[in-house]
Ligand binder design. Sequence first.
Ligand SMILES: C[S@@+](CC[C@H](N)C(=O)[O-])C[C@H]1O[C@@H](n2cnc3c(N)ncnc32)[C@H](O)[C@@H]1O
Length: 282
Amino acid sequence: MAVSIQQQINWATGMLQAISSSPRLDSEILLAHCLDKNRSFLMTWPEYILQARQVECFADLVQRRLQLQPIAYLVGSREFYSIELKTTADTLVPRPETEMLVDKVLEIVGSLEQPRILELGTGTGAIALAIKRHKEDSQIVATDISLSALAIARDNAHTYNLEVDFIQSDWFQSLDTLKTFDVVVSNPPYIAADDPYLKQGDLPAEPSQALCSGPSGLEALDPIIKGSQQYLRHSGWIVLEHGYQQGQSVRQLLDENGYAQVTLFQDFNSLDRMTVAQKPPA
Ligand SMILES: C[S@@+](CC[C@H](N)C(=O)[O-])C[C@H]1O[C@@H](n2cnc3c(N)ncnc32)[C@H](O)[C@@H]1O
């Protein structure tokens, strides 16, 4: 039976209503992927009759979406800071709110020549690659504990011909102790282990070590804040993403560890999301 783009989108939107807050958008992204077109093709040609293999591809993706696979894993990529990044089940799906960390780092290093930047927990490489793309002379080391995530990050760097030094490391463990950086930036796993949010939406499909590091949610932020003192040059900056209820705890950790100019920023949902602080001058 011949089916059109419009009919398939209506069918899938109805199906996906049960599990997604954006069923129509999900349907359009999945169908566009099966057609190897962008979404505007779907709007322009709603009467277009699909080939059998396109219908099959779409039915398969809709089924997998119904099993709560994130859209980014189904289509194999996610856009971050206008870069289409390869994204797999080995990596966190980059979030739009994380783009504010890139903005902040670019603001800090804008006037520096060949700034040295350390990213901890790089996942797809999103933060490091976005910074490198906009500040070409920056020298970036980006780490992750997950070798499979690092393989994706390296692939992404290769695709965009961006040079970043990717290193497998448990936070600072494998870093050269003599190196210092102008900025340490991190979006670490910060969700508390018993947070019911971990069971919602796409989160169950994402790697747990990308989301959660222990009972309080501060088990990664704490060593990162402490360890960065050794790796930051004097007057260097630490830029951290954290949970919307962690602003005060992060401030306290930064204060206790001798950082200055501790400043909390909210994301586009007006939620506390990022804290920036400076290692005092010598
Ligand atoms: C929240 S994800 C952030 C990924 C990416 N930077 C982003 O913003 O999309 C946290 C990352 O930290 C990594 N990670 C978890 N524990 C780590 C550790 N002990 N040392 C280094 N990286 C770790 C995870 O594998 C994951 O890629």
